[in-house]
Design a protein around this ligand. Structure first.
Ligand SMILES: [Zn+2]
Length: 436
C-alpha cells in the first residue's frame, strides 16, 4: 500500500546538500548562497544530510549553484512516496503506471518479435563509423555531436567535451544473461577519447549507466565532472568517483560549471538496478547552456506535454537536442516510459529544438518494433506535420556531425526489406492513430 510521506514542493524553504554546495529548494539569492549565510530550516532535507556552504574548493572549480526558478508548478516538482518499505521518487503529474504482471506475460508470450537484420545487412545500412580526428578538432563556433551509440553522445561546445549516459560494452544488464546483447558496437571506447570535461547521467538503468565505463572514465579523466540526479551520488562514490567531482541535483536545480550551465530537468521515467531499489534514485533530462550554445538531452522518457513545453519555455530554444526515438512497441508496456517517434517529434517541438538527433535505438533490441524502424517513423511524423525533416535526423553510429552542416541521408533510412516488414505491422496504427 502506498502512502504519501513527503511532497518536496510542500516542504517550504529549506536546503539540501548536493555535491559540494548548498542548493536552495526555494529561490534564494545567488549572493546569499555564495556568502555562505545560514539557510533557514536546514533540517528539512531530502536525505537528512546537513547543509553545507559553498566552500573555497567549489569556488576554485568555478561551480556556482543555480536555484530552481520560482514559477515551476508544484505538479512538475520532485515528489516522494512511501513504496513497499522504502521512500521512492514518483512522477508527480500523473500516477505512474508500470505494466502489470499480466501485461508482461502477454508481451513475452503473445507479441511478435522481429528478427534482427543479419550482421552483413547491419554492416551495410547501419555501419559503425569512427572519426576521432574530427573529435580532436571541434569547430570553435559551433556544436559538434558524435553518436557513440544508443543514448551515448559526445557533445562538444565551447571548448567543453560532454558525454551522455555512457554505455560502451557489448552487453547491458545486471549479470549475463539477464540483460540485452548489443547488436551494434559502440563507436569508441574510453581509451579512444582524449578529452572529457563533463558527463551527464539521465538515470540508472543498465542501458544508460554502465559501471565498467564509469570506472574507466574515472580512472582516465581525474577531473571530469559528473552530473547526476537525486539519490544517485552514493552509487558513484562506490565506483570510486571523488565527491568533489560529483554534482547531484533535483529537478529544476542547476549549477554553472566553468561558465556552462547544467540544469537537471524532469523526464517521465523510473529507476531500478536491483530488486530492492525501485525509484530510490531520480530520473531526469538535462539542459546544457552556455552564453552561445544550448543542448537538451532528453535521456529516456515518456511524453507529458506540460513538462516539455515548460522546459522549452524556461530554457529553449535549443541548438541541439538528443531525443529518444526507439523502444516503443507494444505501447501497453512502453507508453509511460518511452516515447514513440510521433511523441519524439512533439518533444522536438515542445522544447523548441532547432536540430534534434534521434537516440535510444540501433544498439539493443529492448522492445518489439523492427530494429531499424524508429528513424523512418520520425521522418514520416515530421512529414505528416509538414515540418522540415532535416531538423530531426538520425545519424550513423560514430558519425561526427557539426550541427547544422549538410549531410548525406543514412542508408538505414532506405532499408527496404526492413521497411516492408515494419509497414505491415505496428507502424501503421502507430502513425495513423496519432496523426496530428
Ligand atoms: Zn530507462
Amino acid at each position: 500500500m502506498e502512502e504519501v510521506v513527503e511532497n518536496m514542493s510542500d516542504a517550504g524553504n529549506y536546503s539540501v546538500k548536493r555535491g559540494d554546495f548548498t542548493v536552495p529548494q526555494e529561490p534564494l539569492g545567488q549572493d546569499k548562497v555564495e556568502q555562505g549565510e545560514k539557510v533557514e530550516d536546514a533540517d528539512k532535507t531530502i536525505h537528512d544530510i546537513p547543509t553545507m556552504r559553498v566552500n573555497d574548493e567549489v569556488k576554485e572549480k568555478h561551480i556556482k549553484p543555480i536555484p530552481m526558478p520560482d514559477d515551476i508548478d508544484k505538479n512538475l516538482q520532485v515528489k516522494r512516496e512511501r513504496w513497499c518499505c522504502w521512500d521512492s521518487y514518483v512522477c508527480p503529474w500523473e500516477k505512474f503506471s508500470r505494466p502489470g504482471v499480466l501485461d508482461l506475460l502477454k508481451w513475452k508470450i503473445c507479441e511478435k518479435t522481429h528478427p534482427i537484420p543479419s550482421k552483413e545487412e547491419l554492416d551495410r545500412v547501419l555501419p559503425v563509423k569512427s572519426n576521432m580526428d574530427k573529435i580532436k578538432q571541434p569547430p570553435a563556433d559551433k556544436i559538434q555531436v558524435t553518436w557513440i551509440g544508443h543514448a551515448t553522445m559526445l557533445v562538444q561546445m565551447e571548448d567543453m567535451t560532454i558525454l551522455t549516459d555512457p554505455v560502451l560494452d557489448s552487453f547491458c544488464g545486471p549479470i549475463w544473461p539477464f540483460g540485452y546483447k548489443r547488436h551494434r558496437n559502440a563507436s569508441c571506447q574510453v581509451k579512444d577519447i582524449e578529452k572529457l570535461d563533463a558527463v551527464i547521467i539521465s538515470h540508472n538503468h543498465y542501458d544508460h549507466l554502465e559501471a565498467k565505463a564509469v570506472r574507466e572514465i574515472n580512472a582516465k579523466f581525474k577531473d571530469v565532472h559528473w552530473f547526476v540526479a537525486g539519490g544517485t551520488k552514493a552509487w558513484f562514490l562506490a565506483m570510486d568517483v571523488e565527491d568533489k567531482n560529483l554534482t547531484e541535483l533535483d529537478w529544476w536545480h542547476g549549477v554553472e560549471f566553468n561558465g556552462v550551465k547544467f540544469i537537471c530537468t524532469p523526464s517521465q521515467h523510473w529507476c531500478q538496478r536491483c530488486i530492492f531499489d525501485l525509484n530510490t534514485c531520480l530520473w531526469c533530462s538535462w539542459v546544457v547552456k552556455s552564453s552561445k550554445h544550448s543542448f537538451y538531452f532528453a535521456g529516456d522518457t515518456g511524453y507529458y506535454e506540460n513538462l516539455f513545453k515548460k522546459i522549452g519555455e524556461k530554457y529553449g530554444p535549443f541548438d541541439l537536442a538528443g531525443i529518444p526515438i526507439g523502444a516503443y512497441t507494444p505501447r501497453y508496456i512502453t507508453k509511460y516510459q518511452h516515447v514513440d517517434p510521433v511523441e519524439a517529434v512533439k518533444i522536438h517541438e515542445d522544447v523548441q529544438s532547432n536540430m534534434s538527433v534521434g537516440i535510444h535505438w540501433g544498439a539493443f533490441a529492448l522492445t518489439n518494433e523492427p530494429f531499424l524502424e524508429p528513424p523512418r517513423l520520425v521522418k514520416e511524423a515530421m512529414e505528416r506535420k509538414e515540418m522540415d525533416c532535416s531538423k530531426f535526423i538520425s545519424v550513423d553510429i560514430g558519425e561526427t556531425w557539426v550541427v547544422g552542416d549538410q549531410r548525406e541521408e543514412s542508408k538505414f533510412m532506405k532499408c527496404e526489406a526492413d521497411k516492408e516488414e515494419s509497414e505491415s505491422e505496428e507502424s501503421k496504427p502507430l502513425l495513423m492513430g496519432k496523426k496530428n
